[in-house]
Ligand binder design. Structure first.
Ligand code: PMP
Length: 434
């Protein structure tokens, strides 16, 4: 399929793109194919991928092992319903997820996207409380600055400001928000924060089913990092007040932070965990919600007797087969060393950006590199600048960030960092904040 200028105008006039103005859309770039860590545009230009397609493509693109898994599965069946039927790809994926996620998360619900897996996690928590005789415990406690997806349940626990809760007032259920933990990785737990959080739990826990958070890294809500010691505080408070602890590891899962899952910290294992994005290596949409046996048993004893969710494409065999291949490929390779090296190189090469008065902070964790500016970037200008220099980086707001495929070469990673730093250092002084 070749894209003509006419097609691009059809795209502009008829297709919604994520968070893109209808009246004054920024240019979209047509991709013809992608391979390794390169996106090939329809005009022949090649871009080094700095985004892993929003955390997903950890192995890069057009990966022989994943292509093979998809092709083999296509020859058998791409889909069958999961009600009353099962199949090897779902069972094999279930085995792997139980094995590689934190201990005790033994029950797996296969959902069709990250947002749906969060919906499922929230419904699990409500059904759990209901089954325990607490039908009034149906709200959620969460942190400001979070992001959990765009369907109604997840949106209601996204940051109220960036999630534009005012726009959906009357539509979104009301939940309780507390400040995100201060500092960053390695910054000791702040006593004043903890005592405020204790008061918050004391005030709202009796109506809450669970505390839902992104552990360690708040992604689309601002790319903030916080120290893992806060997870112990969250676990303690949830236990004290009878709340379930839900970790949304849709972004952080499968090694992105340097750990396979952040929730593996033995002192702060969650009751419910959501994973998605890199689950299929970015090939197909699939996510999963895992919970402990105890949570599942209690849900089973409730009035419904079943989990009240069952999407059409639950356990899609094609997606499951690719997910199995993706997990096997990840675990067979030196992912930890790769992520550690990416971390080292981004720390080294992005550091120069911190010298600019435009920059508030440069921070790196695992294979996530963030340059936070004082002011929002000019999206159109920066996007064009990056594409002209052969890289695909998609900043949002005040954040220019990199989360490349783990298989990126050192030369490509250096190029990504260099282009970011050059853009920032070349910005004229009139752009500096006053
Ligand atoms: N949770 C987190 C932490 C995410 O980063 C995202 C996606 N950006 C989601 C949930 C929603 O996933 P999806 O877009 O697949 O619905």
């Amino acid at each position: 399929m070749v894209i003509s200028p006419l097609d691009l105008s059809f795209d502009r006039d008829h297709l919604w793109h994520p968070y893109t103005s209808l009246s004054d859309p920024l240019p979209t770039y047509a991709v013809e194919s992608a391979s390794g860590c390169r996106l090939r545009l329809s005009d022949g230009r090649e871009l080094v991928d700095g985004m892993a397609s929003w955390w997903c493509a950890v192995h890069g693109y057009n990966v022989p092992e994943l292509n093979r898994a998809a092709t083999e599965q296509l020859g058998k069946m791409s889909h069958v319903m999961f009600g009353g039927l099962t199949h090897a790809p779902a069972i094999e994926l279930g085995k792997r997820l139980v094995e590689i996620t934190p201990a005790g998360l033994d029950r797996v619900f296969l959902a069709d996207s990250g947002s749906v897996s969060v919906e499922v996690a929230m419904k699990m928590a409500v059904q759990y409380q209901h089954a325990l005789g607490h039908p009034n415990r149906a709200t959620f406690l969460t942190l400001r600055g979070g992001y959990h997806g765009d369907t109604t349940g997840p949106m209601s626990v996204c940051d109220p400001v960036t999630g534009m809760h005012h726009l959906f007032a009357g539509f979104l259920p009301q939940h309780q928000f507390y400040d995100r933990p201060p500092g960053g990785i390695g910054v000791p737990v702040e006593e004043a924060y903890v005592s405020g959080l204790e008061d918050f739990f004391a005030a709202h826990a009796d109506r809450a089913a669970a505390f839902i958070i992104e552990p360690l890294v708040q992604g689309a809500g601002g790319m903030h990092f916080y120290d893992p010691a806060y997870l112990d505080v969250f676990r303690r408070l949830c236990d004290e007040y009878g709340l379930l602890l839900i970790y949304d590891e849709i972004a952080t899962g499968f090694g992105r932070t340097g750990e396979l899952f952040v929730g593996a910290r033995p002192t702060a294992v969650p009751d419910i965990l959501t994973v998605g994005k890199a689950l299929t290596g970015g090939y197909l949409t699939l996510a999963a919600t895992l919970c402990t046996e105890a949570v599942a048993q209690i849900i089973g004893r409730g009035s419904a007797g079943v989990m009240m969710h069952g999407p059409t494409f639950m356990g899609n065999p094609l997606a499951c087969a690719v997910a199995v291949a993706s997990i096997d490929l990840l675990l067979a390779g030196p992912w930890q060393a790769r992520v550690a090296r990416i971390s080292e190189l981004m720390t080294l090469h992005l550091r120069a950006a911190a010298e600019s008065p435009l920059v508030k902070e440069v921070r790196v964790l695992g294979a996530i590199g963030v340059v936070e500016l004082h002011e929002a970037v000019d999206q159109a200008a920066i996007q064009a600048y990056f594409v002209e220099r052969g890289v695909w980086i998609r900043p949002f707001g005040r954040l220019v960030y990199l989360m490349p495929p783990y298989v990126i070469t050192e030369a490509d990673l250096e190029l990504l960092c260099r282009v970011v730093v050059n853009y920032i250092l070349a910005s004229p002084p009139e752009n500096y904040p006053t």
